[in-house]
Design a protein around this ligand. Structure first.
Ligand code: ZN
Length: 227
């Protein structure tokens, strides 16, 4: 075949692929995967707030909204650890996360307690101490440092985005042991989206409109992370 014939053949192949939806599917498969984990679920209600609002429902509603926001921008492929009111063990959640080989994980919780005035969002992430055995040995691989750097980057972006939405209401960003994220080797952040036991926070995370704004702020941070 001469060059022209080769180009024409390629063109037909490409047209065929596009026609049968293979290209969009390929493009979708190449996008980074983000796993959103709506914490708790099923028998595990999580904390209970004002008007008996339960954490597991709030985290699921927020996760679904975040998925919707991320899907509309098309930056990444989004997977939820649960789509309904299911009981999932830490091991099951870990398996879902590992199976999808995500580029990032966002686990969503809601807070309770600390009196009726406690308010605001809170972020934490696993540090290098994710594997206590290695910490004891003083062994840190370069890949672990990269994961930690990426984790901190993601956490800062989410914090900045939520700070812009609700100035001076952030409770900060800290390193903490997170059982779910132990040993996963993936940039991962836990977001406590507010206090279910504080009227203003409970209203914010229950109301469709404000929940949408919080989800959008988090989605913008995730998109910025991949840019
Ligand atoms: Zn929780």
């Amino acid at each position: 075949m001469n060059n022209r014939a080769i180009s024409m053949t390629l063109l037909y192949v490409l047209a065929g692929l596009t026609l049968f939806g293979t290209l969009p599917a390929l493009a979708q498969a190449q996008k980074p995967v983000v796993v959103i984990d709506p914490a708790h679920g099923g028998e595990d209600t999580g904390c209970i707030g004002i008007d008996k609002v339960v954490e597991k429902d709030i985290t699921l509603a927020m996760a679904k909204r975040l998925k919707q926001e991320l899907n509309s921008s098309g930056t990444c492929r989004v997977v939820l650890t649960r789509e309904g009111d299911e009981t999932l063990s830490v091991e099951q959640r870990k398996k879902i996360i590992t199976d999808f080989k995500p580029a990032a994980v966002v686990s969503i919780h809601a807070n309770a307690g600390f009196g009726k005035t406690a308010t605001g969002f809170e972020l934490y992430y696993p540090g290098l101490g994710a594997k206590p055995s290695d910490r004891a040995k003083g062994k840190t691989e370069a890949s672990e440092i990269k994961t930690l750097n990426d984790t901190v980057k993601l956490a800062h972006l989410i914090r900045k985005s939520l700070d812009a939405l609700y100035p001076k209401q952030g409770r900060g960003l800290r390193e903490a042991d997170v059982v779910l994220l132990e040993g996963l080797k993936v940039p991962a952040v836990v977001v406590e989206i507010g206090f279910l036991t504080t009227p203003q926070d409970k209203k914010k995370v229950s109301d469709e409109k404000t929940r949408g704004s919080i989800a959008r702020a988090m989605a913008q941070a995730v998109e910025a992370y991949f840019r």
